[in-house]
Design a protein. Structure first.
Length: 182
């Protein structure tokens, strides 16, 4: 997690789009949730943070790029930095037009996630060349898996840990009971 925090803190408030990509359920949305909490603890008000998840049906009307841009434009505070988190942005048709329009604003710090083959295939590089930095998230490593169990007093032995790890290395499964694991 340390490298991830370094990535986010190093690029915070910089004129670059922060892109986190990876397979579904690898922790991208949770990472941004934790980063928003960090921002709030460091003086950023709730009004300065806009978060949209495009997997949520409630945000389906905002998948239209013009409606999304208008919505975000109305949320921006003119005299403060605005932190915009767009989760699963690949669901927005022509999202790069919205992202480009936000990118040119001095008071916008932009964070994106995406998880499908389109986002992972390098298409983002073509669309946003020279304006973004990307972090690829993976499921937990065995070391991270073991460390979490140790921190939560759930560590048994390495063989048992490895068998549990083989069932699933996705962070979400750490919070499900053993009988619900895949």
């Amino acid at each position: 997690m340390t490298n991830i925090w370094i990535f986010l803190k190093r690029h915070q408030d910089k004129k670059v789009i922060k892109v986190v990509s990876g397979v579904r359920r690898s922790g991208k949305s949770t990472l941004f949730l934790l980063f928003r909490e960090y921002l709030r603890k460091n003086g950023v008000s709730n009004d300065q943070i806009v978060t949209l998840n495009f997997e949520d049906m409630a945000n389906e009307p905002l998948r239209d790029p013009h409606r999304l841009y208008d919505y975000l434009q109305n949320k921006l505070l003119p005299d403060k930095m605005n932190y915009i988190f767009l989760d699963e942005i690949q669901h927005v048709h022509d999202f790069e037009k919205v992202v480009d329009s936000l990118f040119i604003k001095d008071n916008v710090d932009l964070y994106l996630t995406g998880s499908n083959a389109y986002f992972l295939s390098g298409e983002i590089a073509t669309l946003l060349t020279g304006r973004y930095v990307q972090l690829n998230m993976l499921p937990l490593s065995f070391k991270e898996f073991v460390e979490w169990h140790k921190q939560n007093d759930l560590f048994t032995d390495r063989a048992d840990m490895f068998n549990k790890y083989l069932q699933s290395s996705f962070p979400y499964t750490l919070f499900t009971s053993d009988d619900l694991r895949l």
